[in-house]
Design a protein around this ligand. Structure first.
Ligand code: ZN
Length: 312
């Protein structure tokens, strides 16, 4: 069976996977990334890919998803805050290492392509994946095509402002971006922001840096007042962003992935009525909001899909 190689490059680790035509990962290799020097990152990618290609010499092409703004043709990274990179010729460096054709895209766009082709997007033509992790990554499929945009920036939904006057400061410098309010980090910020109102709360009794989004969600599920209040603020903001996405692209399905989406039905049930309230220009309740299916593998599967297609 024909395989392609998909690479999901993250800030702290890289996954290379051999993926078959059904979107199944048949082999994988991972490496930690401890230094963001471009040559050392390329070395980590080379090792992981080498291990997988060693078992799949028939592989026909390689796709790579990278954080930040990456040129689809050249793999030139204009800007990647995760790596603190500006103008890094990643594609040029990698093409010297591998003889196979290589294709590039942003990591969140790859994840959306993977989830669209083999996950919750199957059967739809208009689909959005929102990955709620440290930040918010996004990818939009419209009329069956992954949107890239003029300078590869389409789908950067994490940086539309939903609380421009009273929000948290975003990593990008703006105030109240969707990502600042509704990522996993956003949930932690909500809990910390209201901590003074809950002097008896155990939630932030330890060091603030120990506080994780999962413990807040679990506290909310258990009915802890501080957890419940933080979760309410969080899901209010998540719903605002989702309702805006519906207004922009009117998808059939919006899938929520990433660590916080591990809350499953607890999150979906909280968010759906709020999204409905904020949906005004299309019939309410018609956009399916679901938990993504492919989990952390979506990026590598999408990158391999891109390689199999010869581009997005
Ligand atoms: Zn931002």
């Amino acid at each position: 069976m024909a395989h392609t190689i998909g690479i999901d490059l993250g800030g702290s680790h890289v996954l290379a996977a051999a993926v078959d035509e059904s979107g199944t990962i048949v082999d994988r290799a991972e490496r930690d990334i401890v230094d963001h020097d471009p040559d050392l990152v390329v070395e980590a990618i080379e090792e992981a890919v080498g291990e997988v290609i060693g078992k799949h010499e028939e592989a026909s092409a390689i796709g790579l998803g990278s954080p930040g703004n990456i040129d689809l043709g050249t793999g030139f990274v204009e800007y990647s805050p995760n790596f603190n990179w500006r103008e890094v010729p990643l594609g040029e460096k990698l093409r010297k290492k591998f003889s196979l054709p290589m294709f590039f895209a942003n990591d969140a766009r790859c994840a959306a392509l993977g989830e669209y082709t083999f996950g919750t997007g199957v059967g739809t033509k208009n689909f959005v994946l929102l990955t709620l992790g440290t930040g918010i990554g996004g990818g939009i499929v419209a009329n069956g095509t992954l949107l890239i945009g003029n300078l590869a920036g389409a789908g950067e939904v994490g940086h539309h402002q939903i609380r421009a006057t009273d929000g948290f400061i975003c990593n990008c410098g703006k105030t109240g971006c969707f990502e600042a309010q509704a990522s996993g980090t956003g949930l932690i910020r909500h809990a910390l922001a209201i901590a003074h109102s809950f002097p008896r709360s155990n939630l932030v009794s330890g060091k603030p840096e120990k506080l994780g989004s999962k413990s807040i969600r679990k506290a909310a599920e258990a009915g802890d007042p501080h957890g419940v209040a933080a979760w309410k603020r969080y899901t209010d903001d998540l719903a605002r962003g989702i309702a805006n996405v519906i207004a922009f692209v009117n998808p059939e399905t919006i899938a929520l992935g990433g660590g916080v989406a591990g809350a499953g039905a607890f999150m979906i049930d909280a968010v759906v009525p709020k999204v409905d309230e904020l949906t005004t220009m299309v019939p309410r309740g018609k956009t399916k909001i679901v938990t993504a299916k492919l989990g952390n593998d979506a990026g590598a599967i999408g990158a391999a899909t891109m390689a199999a297609r010869g581009g997005v």
